[in-house]
Design a protein around this ligand. Sequence first.
Ligand code: FE2
Length: 304
Amino acid sequence: MIANLYNKFGLYVKNKNESMRNLGIFIRKIFKFKQYMDRKSKLYPNQQKIPYINQERGVLTLPRAEYQAYFQTEPIISAAIDLKDKAENAGFQQSQKNHLITNLLPLDTIEDNSPFIDFALNDTILNMVSSYLGFIPLLSYIGVWYSPPVLKKYDSSQLFHCDQIDNKQVKVFINCTDVTDKDGPLTCLTADVSKSIRKKINYEWSDQRQMVSDHLIDQLVSNNNINVLTGEKGTVSMVDTSSCFHFGSRVKNGSKGRLMIVFQYISPYAFTLPFKTNQELPLKWIASHNRFSKIERLVLGHGS
Ligand SMILES: [Fe+2]
């Protein structure tokens, strides 16, 4: 009964405006209070060795030189390039002929010793993500995304929008190719600018109102408020895609396309997660593995 109400309420408020969503998260957090406090109490001490995600900005970009003392991206970049090459040699599947191909890394093929898991559970990465969110998060998704040059009218994630799943989250993006202006870079507004826009237009996360035209954004913000996350292969960006308006994959003619790895970290009370959270998490079966620490198991969904 409680689980049913909790689940229905989450799905109901998910598509509403900012106040309703914040109220929704507040109420769902009460139901998950014990888990929330447990995740909060295990926060890492602040290291201050590497830049953190600023709360007002919600966006951080790190070139390789700034992070290589703390974590490595080479193993996952070469694994991602292999996955893309194999899919491309096979001619991509019919479902993959879109402006954004997201199914190159099937989650059920990820083993506990995968380099993708090593990266997702890296101490510095978890420290940076949890410092921004205020608790030890759940890892809800790992993906390898390829955006080929598909010339058609911009659609869905190619338009400015804020993500529905939670009211705050961190997506970690790793460029597996050099990304210039013509390669469809992730483009975003900071969290504070996005918040003021949402207020001005009474933004809602419903399917009909989630996407906002460039024309409207241009009327409301100046060009220097738009962050274009170009960068060499190996550049890491962390973006709160629920708080920050963003788009990507506007790949132009003459580009070879953009290849990225994406890790998503959310709260245990995110709108789409059911009361029994760990039933829904794609990597839950890895969580019970002995080699992981208590914090790592929490991130994989244990005890949610
Ligand atoms: Fe998005």
